[in-house]
Design a binder for this molecule. Structure first.
Ligand code: ADP
Ligand code: MG
Length: 465
């Protein structure tokens, strides 16, 4: 092949890039390479059969036209699957899905349950029927996210794909995801709708690998009409799960299935998420939700009160809305508390009394702190509390420190740079490294996974007391 023929393909690619939506180009055309050009025939290679078929169905004719325009000749175009690339990939996958470390452990794992959340009978997280569009108050602060959620519900995989919603905690991301799921379930019975959290996605993946059930795992997430994934920030620094999500994403996207993701920050603000995932998250629409203004807070409270069949004076709702401004979940909590107090007082509750028991915003929710985590971890491994944030390089101490950092990242919303500061002014890359190290052990060693799970429970109970 000479330079001229290579550059012909580059020019064609350039034209296609200009004409096609970015996502379509990246998925179907960007990875095709020129293998051979002889006489009237152009041979291209694709990295997988999936991409070969996708390209042929969508853009083969268009590509032929471009070739004819540019070279003045009609040519036959043949796409082959690149042997080298695809076998490399397979072997990477095999490595990744290696069987359990020891067969003893896998038995134990079969009994280990995934904790929390309500699940339906096929083990999936059930959709909360109360979280619908009609129970959601739309306002300026969530306008785009709400409109986009409705659009993807009405035209899945057509309006925006993926849809990425981000906001601080308690502002309605989970509510909107369920609303999309509920809408789809009511209006489109053809395909399966899957809602899950990325934490659970990660746990299920680890279990599937250990139990040699990766095929089932994949089918569960790839053969669906819509995939609703909550809180993707949990995937930061988890390479194995990111890899799996990447393939799931491609498969769903390529088969025009709707993907909706939520997170506590926009895609570009992740410090450890594969670039290719970040770029995919941005292919469709990214929409944020801001805290609601006063009128909206009152409207939300009114709606919640109505749903619960409560009659509450507007003055009371307004008072609550004045006190709590940044988190709708806390707003709801205060409403319930107000009702409970009113019941105790025979329904006669003065504004003054409400004022007394309503928390100030700053201490609405006792947040789990790094200090609590360090205290529990130090106690468990019998090291001094100062050592956890200190400079000692002793192996046992460093290991305990890695564990504390890992847990702090998993259980609080501190960023890596913030954690660096809290752990003895270390660089953010150092704490990231600690997190990664422990995460790998959690993924690879079943016993250690159990150990960390127990620690997490201990920390949670310590926090509540
Ligand atoms: P996030 O997932 O963003 O942390 P959630 O979706 O769990 O927040 O919302 C927390 C609570 O607040 C839920 O009970 C939800 O129904 C409620 N909520 C949040 N925003 C709204 C809204 N605009 N209208 C009605 N309820 C809302
Ligand atoms: Mg949520």
């Amino acid at each position: 092949m000479n330079d001229r023929t290579t550059s012909l393909w580059q020019r064609i690619k350039k034209r296609l890039r200009e004409e096609l939506p970015e996502a379509s180009f990246e998925t179907w055309v960007g990875n095709l390479e020129l293998a051979n050009l002889q006489g009237g025939k152009i041979e291209l290679t694709a990295p997988s059969g999936f991409i070969k078929r996708g390209f042929e169905e969508r853009y083969l004719e268009l590509t032929k036209q471009k070739i004819e325009n540019l070279s003045g000749q009609e040519k036959e175009v043949v796409v082959k699957v690149s042997r080298k690339l695809s076998s490399e990939r397979e072997s990477q996958r095999d490595q990744f899905y290696s069987p359990p470390v020891s067969s003893d452990f896998s038995k134990k794992d079969q009994n280990s349950q995934i904790p929390e959340t309500e699940t339906s009978n096929d083990g999936q997280i059930a959709l909360n029927k109360e979280y619908t569009f009609s129970s959601f108050v739309s306002s300026k602060s969530n306008q785009l996210a709400t409109a986009a959620s409705k659009a993807v519900s009405e035209s899945p995989a057509e309006a925006y794909n993926p849809l990425f919603i981000y906001s601080k905690v308690g502002l309605g991301k989970t509510h909107l995801l369920h609303a999309i799921g509920n809408y789809l379930q009511q209006h489109d019975c053809t395909g399966k709708i899957v809602y899950t959290t990325s934490e659970r996605f990660a746990i299920e993946m680890i279990q599937a690998i250990r139990q040699n059930k990766t095929e089932e795992f994949r089918e569960r997430y790839r053969l669906v009409q819509a995939f609703l994934l909550d809180d993707v920030q949990f995937l930061e620094n988890k390479e194995g799960t990111q890899e799996e999500l990447f393939h799931t994403f491609n498969e769903l996207y390529g088969n025009t299935k709707q993907i909706v993701l939520t997170s506590d920050r926009p895609p570009q603000e992740f410090s450890d998420l594969q670039d290719r995932l970040v770029s995919r998250f941005r292919w469709g629409l990214v929409a944020d939700i801001q805290p609601p203004n006063f009128e909206t807070r009152v409207a939300i409270l009114r709606k919640k009160a109505m749903q619960k069949g409560l009659e509450i004076d507007d003055k009371v709702l307004e008072l609550i809305a004045t006190r709590i401004s940044t988190n709708v979940r806390a707003l709801e909590g205060a409403l319930i508390k107000a009702v409970a107090h009113a019941n105790l007082a025979n329904g006669k509750l003065t504004l003054r009394e409400i004022q007394d028991f309503l928390p100030e915003e700053s201490n609405q929710e006792k947040k789990l702190t790094v200090a609590t985590i360090n205290k529990v971890v130090a106690g468990k491994y019998n090291v001094k509390l100062e050592d956890i944030t200190g400079k000692s390089r002793k192996k046992e101490i460093a290991r305990v420190r890695h564990i504390a950092i890992y847990l702090a990242r998993e259980m609080t919303d501190n960023s890596f740079p913030a954690l660096g500061k809290k752990f003895g002014n270390r660089d953010h890359s150092t704490v990231m490294h600690s997190h990664k190290k422990i995460n790998r052990m959690v993924e690879e060693t079943p016993l250690f996974y159990e150990e960390i799970k127990e620690l997490k429970e201990e920390i949670k109970s310590n926090h509540q007391n």
